[in-house]
Design a protein. Sequence first.
Length: 202
Amino acid sequence: MAGFRSLARQVRDPRNDLALRRYSLRKCLERFAPYGHRATWDHLCSQAGFGCEDRSPDPARLVAALEELEAARAVWLAYEADFAERRRKEKHDGLRRPGSDDDWHRRTWGGCGVAWCDDPDVHPRAPLAEVLRRLIAALEREPGASCPVCGDTSLVWKRGLAHEPSSGAVCTGCGIVVPAPVLTPDAVARARARALRTLVSA
């Protein structure tokens, strides 16, 4: 099975036919897709300027999409390296039991679904690398009451998400499922209350 870098080389290789290059870019999302496969693909296509169903996009646009994905992956890999080093130090100091942010991180190891977007058509507009930088900054500070990506405070608790965990606070501004460790208990309670009001009014 080809790894991310091998697939990236296939996307860039002008000797490959366009169908293989497009297919290789899609396969890259099986290795790294911050919003989930479908939402990340939708984001890359819209940012690079070709349609999700376009079978013969401009090769330069394919490479532009790949470059955005690679930049985001570099940000995430650096974070994972820092995280692994921190856990090594904690274990050395006798802290064997991981915290709640570690539980979240374990589910997102490799970067798939880091900023899960349950609706593939609704995702942040900012470049992927910037979204991940904002998310990582939020994970490294005290919990807050807003979405770490867009700053929106209109979070709604949703159940039945196509992801693990299957419920969480969804930002109505940019569409991500906000990681639990970045939210205060009050922010989570407000998100749950909004969901309840929506159910009652329906």
